[in-house]
Design a protein around this ligand. Structure first.
Ligand SMILES: [Mn+2]
Length: 226
């Protein structure tokens, strides 16, 4: 029996087809796991992925070798493709979102792109920029300061936005009469409770290599794969 045996496993943001995915860890992880249900929580394939793709073929083969039900939820990378969907996925059922009655929780599973992060980041950066006046004669120095300031502001915006993103997802769970929401999209794994709703974010398989799992007691936990 695998040491990674669970009732259900949730992963998102694999971006298969991009050159930044950690394929080595991802494939090893899929080999290692045993579960009844595997939820693919969106952005599984990279927007520009074209066939034939060895990585996608390998991934699908690995999934087929598992005795688990695979539930595929689409993300913005599945939605905004300029090239056709890979044929290898043509028989896969895709869901916009999914409500999973788990052992202990009623879970809304959605990628999270209905909250448009990029627009919100740009909006808040423009807002901050408008209110940042630097009175300096030295143009070079002004440039350097502006550059660093913008890095700091982006980092702050990310933290603030993640808070509003998680709140947005929590409200979506509430609206759907769920007590838990599992999503991705933000590439930042998280586990929190707010307004009596559990918020869990899968993270990604680029820098984080994280996943969420439901054990046989029905408890949900966030893990990093080493
Ligand atoms: Mn996304």
């Amino acid at each position: 029996m695998s040491h990674l045996t669970f009732n259900a496993i949730f992963i998102s943001d694999l971006h298969i087809g991009s050159d930044i995915t950690n394929y080595k860890k991802l494939f090893k992880f899929i080999e290692d796991i045993e579960c009844k249900k595997l939820f693919l929580v969106g952005d599984i394939i990279y927007r520009n992925l074209q066939e034939p793709s060895l990585e996608l073929e390998r991934f699908i083969k690995l999934l087929e070798s598992k005795e688990c039900e695979v539930i595929y939820i689409i993300g913005n990378h599945e939605k905004s493709r300029k090239v056709p969907m890979p044929k290898i996925l043509s028989s896969v059922d895709m869901h916009k979102n999914y409500i999973y009655q788990a052992i202990k929780y009623k879970i809304l599973i959605e990628h999270g792109d209905s909250y448009d992060t990029k627009d919100k980041v740009l909006q808040s950066l423009k807002y901050i920029d408008k209110r940042t006046h630097i009175k300096l004669k030295n143009q070079e120095l002004k440039k350097v300061i502006k550059k660093y300031l913008s890095h700091i502001l982006k980092a702050i915006a990310k933290v603030v936005l993640h808070k509003s993103f998680s709140r947005y997802m929590i409200l979506r769970a509430k609206r759907n009469r769920c007590n838990t929401v599992i999503c991705g999209h933000f590439h930042k794994s998280a586990k929190a409770t707010d307004l009596n709703i559990n918020y869990l974010n899968c993270g990604d398989w680029i820098g984080n290599c994280t996943y969420i799992a439901e054990d046989f007691n029905g408890d949900l936990e966030l893990y990093r794969y080493y």
